[in-house]
Design a protein around this ligand. Structure first.
Ligand code: FEO
Length: 174
């Protein structure tokens, strides 16, 4: 099931986007570490691993259908945010961009009747529902705690008891 040039390019772009997400979350992890939020830092550390796995899944899929993998440059990221909520808002926005990108590639796969790519991408549509829900849950809690530093630290500690449960399990590559 050979990939068209357009589909191959879009999938390679997604590899880069997932790598960039890992880097972005590394920056957020650093921000939380430097500001004493150990569990939010841990949350992002787990997400860094998830994003690298996603990048690897896309890479493996391209290889499995005899495509050519390309690694583009990864943009630099910030390690400072105005508040914990600002960092999670940025994460949420990024997840929405990733979801939109995956849906865009899925539309190409459907148009080109590349059923293997379609199946693979649909698992990532499901994955993104979980990714967005995971970030949104924290955003909503942080919204309630805004302006109350004590509440923020309590939320941070509380998250520590739940991180394994809300860390998303990426679909298997093959
Ligand atoms: Fe790989 Fe968080 O999307």
């Amino acid at each position: 099931m050979k990939l068209s040039e357009r589909l191959e390019k879009a999938l390679n772009k997604q590899v880069n986007m997932e790598m960039h997400a890992a880097y972005l979350y590394k920056g957020m992890e650093q921000y939380f570490k430097e500001n004493g939020y150990a569990q939010y830092a841990h949350f992002f550390n787990e997400h860094v691993k998830e994003e690298l796995k996603h990048a690897n899944d896309f890479e493996s899929f391209i290889e499995d259908v005899d495509g050519h993998v390309e690694f583009f440059s990864i943009e630099g990221v910030v390690t400072e945010y105005a508040s914990p909520k600002a960092a999670f808002d940025a994460a949420m926005e990024h997840e929405k961009e990733i979801s939109a990108s995956i849906i865009g590639i899925l539309e190409i796969a459907i148009e080109e009747k590349h059923y293997a790519a379609e199946n693979f991408l649909r698992t990532y549509v499901d994955e993104q529902v979980e990714e967005e829900a995971s970030a949104d849950e924290v955003v909503q809690n942080l919204k309630l705690a805004q302006g109350a530093p004590g509440a923020l630290f309590m939320l941070d500690r509380e998250l520590g008891t739940r991180v394994p449960a809300i860390t998303v399990n990426a679909p298997a590559a093959d």
